[in-house]
Design a protein around this ligand. Structure first.
Ligand SMILES: Nc1ncnc2c1ncn2[C@@H]1O[C@H](COP(=O)(O)OP(=O)(O)OP(=O)(O)O)[C@@H](O)[C@H]1O
Ligand SMILES: [Mg+2]
Length: 251
């Protein structure tokens, strides 16, 4: 059976010592949607996506992915199921080449006699093509990531998720370091990812960044879910008001 729900969270709570970062959060991420995850600094947005991505364990609650209960003990496990993340503070490895970063965890290998070796040449060629498709001009895929700007790094990380395909893409402040041109390209990619049937959770402080492309919104407030609402029932201004006052969206 085809589930309209990609992922379901039930009663997720997370504490850091005495800090209650998430309080009993239940929500759905639907197939084929861009879900804007909004809230002020410290609202719990990054904590929530880290739990979904297997980078953090919740203290309480359950998660279901495509109808199956899941417990991820590492980001690798989540990735295996098709959950990809572009983190708020990007973790490309700067002393490795662009191509190696692009293929991190998915390296192409070739066989030479009884041995398996990295197929560096193919990775370089494919990476260059994919990265150019994203609209980032790199001098060479062999260049180290440390030679790229923050925006170029972010675009490559998003492009990597786009290129390899995923069921659920988690984006934490994806436009933070991007130029206007790069940002537009990233939005185009996000729309394409959704239209291909995947789900996107898009975190941002800036409601105006996500409002034009989102289908639905979840607003967090100091660890609580304040509102979960369809775009057609809410304006960007009403969302900002809710975040500023900590009161649920008025419809
Ligand atoms: N590793 C940690 N140890 C202790 N406290 C943490 C940790 N990570 C997050 N917190 C706390 O949990 C709360 C939620 O943090 P989180 O990073 O999820 O917020 P956020 O909504 O992503 O904020 P921002 O918009 O600033 O990125 C905050 O009070 C934060 O200080
Ligand atoms: Mg955050």
């Amino acid at each position: 059976m085809e589930h309209a729900t990609m992922m379901r969270l039930e009663n997720i709570s997370k504490y850091f010592g005495k800090v209650r970062a998430l309080n009993n959060i239940s929500m759905d991420i639907r197939r084929n949607e861009i879900l804007g995850l909004l809230g002020d600094n410290g609202a719990g947005k990054t904590t929530l996506v880290n739990i979904i991505a297997g980078a953090l364990a919740a203290n309480q609650g359950r998660m279901y992915f495509e109808g199956q209960q899941v417990e991820f003990s590492s980001p690798h496990e989540a990735k295996q199921m098709g959950i990809d993340t572009v983190e708020q503070h990007l973790s490309l490895i700067s002393i490795m080449s662009i191509a190696r970063n692009f293929y991190l965890g998915r390296e192409l290998v070739k066989k030479i006699g009884p041995f398996k070796v990295l197929d560096q040449k193919r990775m370089d060629i494919d990476c260059k093509r994919a990265v150019e498709e994203i609209g980032v001009r790199v001098r060479s895929p062999e260049d180290l990531v440390s030679t790229l700007s923050g925006g170029e790094r972010q675009a490559i990380a998003i492009g990597r998720a786009f290129y390899f395909g995923c069921k659920l893409l988690l984006l934490d402040e994806p436009l933070a370091a991007l130029s206007i041109k790069e940002a537009r390209k990233v939005h185009e990619m996000i729309l394409q990812i959704r239209d291909a049937g995947s789900s996107v959770v898009y975190i941002t402080h800036n409601v105006f960044h996500v409002y034009p492309i989102a289908d639905r919104f979840v607003i967090l407030d100091r660890g609580d879910k304040l509102s979960e609402i369809e775009k057609e029932n809410v304006s960007a201004e009403a969302i900002i008001e809710a975040i500023a006052t900590g009161t649920p969206v008025k419809t």
